[in-house]
Design a protein around this ligand. Sequence first.
Ligand SMILES: Nc1nc2c(ncn2[C@@H]2O[C@H](COP(=O)(O)OP(=O)(O)OP(=O)(O)O)[C@@H](O)[C@H]2O)c(=O)[nH]1
Length: 280
Amino acid sequence: MAEDTQLRTIRSDGPRAVPPRASACVVVIHGDGLGRRADVGMEPVVIGRSSDVSLYIPHRSVSRRHCEIRASAGSYRVRDLGATNPTLLNDQPVADAALADGDRITVGESILKFIGHANVEAGYHEQIQHLAMRDQLTGLHGRRQFVELAEAMIADARQRQSPLTLAVLDLDGLREINLRHGHAAGDAALRRAGDLVQERMTEGDVAARIGEDEFAVLLSGRGADAAGVFLDKLRRTLTEPLALAGGVSLQVGVRTALAELGPGADSLGLLMRRIDSALS
Ligand SMILES: Nc1nc2c(ncn2[C@@H]2O[C@H](COP(=O)(O)OP(=O)(O)OP(=O)(O)O)[C@@H](O)[C@H]2O)c(=O)[nH]1
């Protein structure tokens, strides 16, 4: 404390210049979908309740395809897509109108804010979203985000009748590792598990740390056989000794389970129930 008071205040020209971002963005600031955001790039951002839109708000006051935001000749526009509860722009019904930085767009019971690409707030929202949705240790999605993404993926796979399998890994002995070698060693074991999951998953898959020592991967387009191969390979690398500084070598155990989407297991809840009974 004393040291702090003796530190000289530096002269400063204020915050460093924030480079403008490549695109504007829209972020949910109130109601369902809070914190969710989307960049408005070349493709329009469609906002709605359908799982295949770019900004998904799972609330029944929101139409499946409610409105869209698009870049148009150097500016941005919002267009209502025939929503049951008309889209509002700064509290007024809107059919198609230009957007200005800071405009509020009401979609059902949620409110979104449009943030122009030169606004420092755009970067802030991106970082806050990352902090809120990601597991800070592994960089994977957290449980809440996983549930939302998984529900959308399951709805999509059912509609397209495409295979989908939930694979779960549960590390064994983390408590013991923490006790014997310290929390940093336990963190290293978790980080390695997260890295290996990320290395082995392919595009379209979603991975998350869903519990203290539990990881889930939703394998898109793959049935139980392919998921079994994926899990076996992961288990083999994960159970190899992990060498740490000071000559410490960790041996982590792993239990795995999988559940394929199908009759009797057609929701995330039912897939998780199968996983839980296989792991217990
Ligand atoms: N190092 C570290 N440890 C954690 C973290 N989160 C949870 N833990 C610890 O992980 C342990 C998880 O408990 P358990 O699931 O009973 O541990 P386990 O020994 O792996 O037992 P099982 O998974 O039931 O086989 C607890 O001791 C937690 O304190 C973390 O982020 N880092």
